[in-house]
Ligand binder design. Structure first.
Ligand SMILES: [Zn+2]
Length: 307
């Protein structure tokens, strides 16, 4: 059988040719404008991407979610959308509103809530199956998932997010704590804007175990009885799994709700914190300076405590 990374690329090739939503969506990426801001040891980009308006302004409160039809369930998927069956009860779909030049949504077929508990091992397995060609990401139900009621991962072209290239340099400059347990390297990183946990190891079970230890410890420290706000990235580098867990303070920054020239319509999720902030309104995009981006990212990224 062909590798899933190849099957996914072939799926995208077909959908870009034969499905009008994809023809428009991927065509619109040509008009995206990017600014890059350089920090000490890492960089952050922002993009003006009008195609992201729907997800940026999505209403994700429980009432709105209850009143709309789930767009990841079989009954709502457009007929022209091909379903590539994947294992563990998932399917791979092309995302017709892309951020990445290759962008997939990988939902469970069954309508189950977005929660990482019980599913993180499958995230690692998916990263391995995508063979270093794509980075898998997870948005928590209260910090970026536009379908908090239907479990899904997403995946996009490797090295699109700046953090993938900055991984080693961030670790070297901004590590605040690191340890090696059962062959898994765990590094806490604070770059002045983001608080993150990096996990690296070749043994899937050991990486999974460390993730859940951190998840449980952090939940206890924050006195939470629901999933902590977090966005997660996972990819493979040769035989090694690399995972970045972003710890979050809140969902949307105050500027998202501000009026007039104070407003910046940025609704941050994995890709934004991974280093490519998406802004669907041109005026808001034009207002972004390095100072504003720093303040904005800090305001939703940095939790008071780490783990
Ligand atoms: Zn559903």
């Amino acid at each position: 059988m062909k590798k899933y990374s190849i099957l996914a690329k072939e799926l995208l090739d077909r959908q870009i040719k034969n499905w009008d939503w994809c023809i428009n969506g991927y065509g619109s990426l040509k008009t995206v404008i990017t600014h890059e801001f350089i920090y000490d040891g890492f960089s952050l980009k922002v993009q003006f991407n009008p195609g992201r308006m729907t997800s940026t302004s999505a209403k994700v409160d429980p009432k709105s979610i209850k009143e709309r039809k789930c767009f990841l369930c079989e009954a709502s998927l457009p007929a022209a959308q091909e379903r590539l069956e994947y294992k563990n009860g998932y399917r791979i779909l092309v995302n017709p509103f892309p951020i990445f030049p290759e962008h997939f949504t990988i939902p469970k077929i069954e309508h189950l809530p977005q929660q990482i508990t019980g599913n993180f091992g499958e995230m690692l397995e998916l990263a391995k199956d995508l063979d270093g060609e794509f980075t898998v990401f997870y948005n928590g139900p209260k910090c970026g998932a536009s379908a908090p009621d239907h479990f899904h991962f997403q995946a996009g072209t490797r090295k699109f997010m700046t953090i993938e290239n900055d991984f080693d340099s961030l670790k070297k400059r901004y590590s605040v704590n690191d340890r090696l347990v059962d062959g898994v390297e765990v590094t806490m990183v604070d770059d002045g804007i983001r608080k993150m946990v990096f996990l690296q190891g070749t043994d899937k079970m050991a990486v999974e175990k460390e993730f859940y230890l951190i998840f449980n410890r952090y939940s206890t420290l924050k006195h939470l009885d629901e999933e902590p706000l977090m966005n997660i990235l996972a990819w493979t580098e040769g035989e090694e799994f690399r995972v970045v867990v972003f710890l979050r303070e809140k969902h949307r920054p105050a500027r998202y709700f501000a009026e007039g020239t104070e407003r910046i319509l940025l609704s941050p999720a994995s890709v934004d914190i991974g280093g490519v902030g998406g802004i669907p309104v041109e005026d808001d995009f034009n207002r972004i300076t390095q100072e504003i981006l720093t303040e904005l990212d800090r305001s939703f990224c940095k939790p008071v405590i780490c783990c």
